[in-house]
Design a binder for this molecule. Structure first.
Ligand code: DAH
Length: 357
């Protein structure tokens, strides 16, 4: 009896004293392992007479159960302590700056949009925007596209299912509807640019179903083609960062401008490289014109009092040309290697004072 109590006290203090799981397991083996002290006592029961066994059996089994319980309890405590230690060692301070393993970069389209915004902001243009999902009125009718006019078809429009009234919403095919929204909601004089996403059913090396445009609109009194020409030539020179850019206004047709033109800049394409401002080729940069009197009227303004000019250009295409991207579709493939190569540092935001590229 006394022996068992002594043994139990020894075992329990060894259990309490074990500092880690390995030490605790070593104690378990010396007690309950094949040749452990309690295992030996249990084995000894077999060689006892019935009376002695009846007396010793419960004592030894009780000892085994209490030791087992002490082992389990200590094990649980040691495991919890081990987990606490691991969590403390692996503690992550989320307020620390991320390690510079893969840096994010600014997409060339966004960089070029920022460049355009910086140039026009310096000339006193404000930034306006409108919804990507438009109605027929803002995308076509108010812009002087006659009903059933073939120009509507050339836009390869994505239409939504018609509503109960039979009207179909659409994904805007150009940023020109922002002209309408601005003229309707603001009183002239107006000087805005509208950068944004546009959509057409088209996909090849130079077309993607989603692309970006920057629209421009000036409405004031006594505005004429001279204002348009100066504004766009100044823009092109600053955008391509050359003072000797040669431009050409080529007559064109848009329903919302009259007269309409496309602006080309002289360039050199020899050796597969594009140089703006010299050479024997022409590069088409944008569409423009004097805002059609019907468009001004459709916005509730009097065309005898207010005139203006407008322009629109493809941002992705100009980004490709400026930064030498060969395939437009790569611009939207989200390939991180492409982005690492063509992307811009987020700290290199274009500004009139800080530089544009
Ligand atoms: N909306 C035309 C397009 O997507 C671009 C354009 C041309 C916009 C002439 C204009 C403009 O504002 O005056 O093809």
């Amino acid at each position: 009896m006394t022996d068992l109590a002594t043994l139990e006290a020894e075992i329990v203090s060894a259990v309490q004293a074990s500092a880690d799981l390995a030490g605790l397991d070593a104690v378990r083996v010396t007690v309950l392992g094949k040749s452990g002290s309690i295992s030996a006592l249990l084995k000894g029961l077999g060689s006892m007479g019935p009376d002695e066994r009846r007396e010793q059996g419960p004592l030894i089994n009780g000892l085994r159960d209490r030791v087992q319980a002490a082992l389990t309890e200590r094990k649980t405590a040691l495991e919890a302590a081990a987990l606490d230690a691991q969590l403390a060692a692996e503690r992550l301070d989320l307020t620390l700056p991320a390690p510079p393993r893969r840096r994010g970069s600014v997409h060339p389209t966004m960089q070029v949009m920022d460049e355009m915004t910086a140039i026009f902001a310096e000339m006193g243009f404000a930034v306006a925007d409108g919804p990507d999902i438009e109605d027929d009125f803002h995308n076509f009718t108010a812009l002087n596209f006659p009903p059933k006019h073939p120009a509507r078809e050339t836009h390869d429009t994505f239409f939504f299912s018609p509503n109960e009234a039979g009207e179909r919403m659409l994904l805007r095919t150009h940023t020109s509807p922002v002209q309408i929204r601005t003229m309707v909601s603001q009183t002239p004089p107006i000087r805005i640019i509208a950068p944004g996403r546009t959509y057409r059913k088209d996909s090849d090396q130079t077309h993607t179903p989603m692309f970006h445009q920057v629209e421009g609109l000036v409405i004031d009194r006594n505005i004429h083609m001279g204002h348009l020409k100066w504004t766009l030539e100044t823009f092109v020179g600053r955008f391509f960062e050359t003072s000797d850019v040669v431009t050409r206004f080529r007559p064109h047709h848009f329903p919302f401008t009259e007269p309409s033109a496309e602006l080309d800049v002289q360039c050199d394409r020899t050796g597969g490289e594009l140089k703006v401002g010299q050479g024997s080729s022409w590069l088409e940069v944008l569409g423009c014109g004097m805002v059609h009197p019907n468009v001004i009227k459709n916005c509730g303004l009097d065309p005898d009092e207010w005139q203006g000019f407008a322009f629109g250009m493809g941002v992705d295409r100009l980004a490709m040309l400026k930064y030498g991207v060969p395939d437009l579709r790569d611009m939207f493939a989200s390939d991180v290697r492409w982005l690492a190569h063509y992307g811009f540092s987020p700290f290199a935001a274009p500004s009139a004072a800080g530089g544009l590229s």
